[in-house]
Design a protein around this ligand. Structure first.
Ligand SMILES: C[S@@+](CC[C@H](N)C(=O)[O-])C[C@H]1O[C@@H](n2cnc3c(N)ncnc32)[C@H](O)[C@@H]1O
Length: 220
């Protein structure tokens, strides 16, 4: 009788099959590699934060195909006057993504970790439309920002400060949007009539929300 291999010996094969499915036969891995390279180097990997005591999460990048999906679901129109801001820009992959989409808008990356910020600033130095600001994103929030992106950069306390800062800068002046991926603290914005929270569902394994600070007339 032929011997059947024990179930445990199939597990690596299953893992490989799952990975091939997730990466669409590694096409997504190759695309990531090529785009990262085109903008000066790898944005992959996870780096623990030295600033966890300030509410910071780890540094890790959103995948390009997730950015495609997020911006497509959010349906945010990007005009030439928009200022794109990545709140907690980490290694700067979102900035690569915006550049690869052909946006020549002003782009601002805000990053708390000085080493991470310095590396991304060096990497994108040949793009005059891109500025990387080191320090707390709430303190450095650009007053001309219109489209904000955040990939779970920090805890609820910092998110609450961010909300207050956005209100101080923009409420009653103009509508701004925050595309929030892995949106652990979207509750900070809910139940406030100045804000509208639209859940976008899961993108990959993580939930996303489009959070809008309403246009001037909307608050009761
Ligand atoms: C999960 S990474 C996201 C990186 C990038 N936005 C992306 O999607 O590829 C979050 C980043 O936010 C940064 N961060 C955390 N707290 C911050 C703060 N208060 N101000 C600015 N950056 C912060 C972290 O250092 C980390 O690099």
């Amino acid at each position: 009788m032929p011997r059947v291999a024990p179930v445990e010996s199939w597990l690596p094969l299953r893992r490989i099959a799952r990975r091939l499915r997730r990466t669409r036969l590694e096409w997504l891995t190759i695309r990531s590699f090529v785009l990262d390279l085109r903008y000066g180097g790898s944005c992959g990997g996870t780096r623990p934060s030295r600033f966890a005591h300030l509410g910071a999460t780890v540094t890790m990048s959103t995948e390009y195909h997730q950015l495609d999906e997020l911006f497509q679901r959010a349906g945010i129109p990007v005009g030439p006057a928009d200022v794109l801001v990545d709140i907690g820009c980490g290694k700067g992959r979102v900035i690569n993504y915006w550049l690869a989409r052909g946006y020549r808008n002003r782009i601002v990356g805000l990053e708390l970790d000085p080493d991470v910020a310095a590396a991304v600033r060096r990497r994108v130095r040949s793009w005059p439309n891109v500025a990387i600001l080191t320090g707390d994103a709430v303190d450095n929030l650009p007053g001309d920002g219109t489209i904000f992106y955040a990939f779970n950069p920090f805890d609820a306390a910092v998110m609450t400060r961010l909300k207050a800062r956005m209100e101080a800068l923009f409420l009653g002046k103009r509508q701004v949007v925050l595309l929030y991926y892995n949106c652990h603290h979207q509750g900070v914005f809910e139940h406030d009539p100045a804000w509208h929270v639209q859940l976008l569902g899961a993108v990959g394994p993580l939930p996303a929300a489009l959070i809008t600070l309403r246009a001037p007339a909307a608050r009761a």
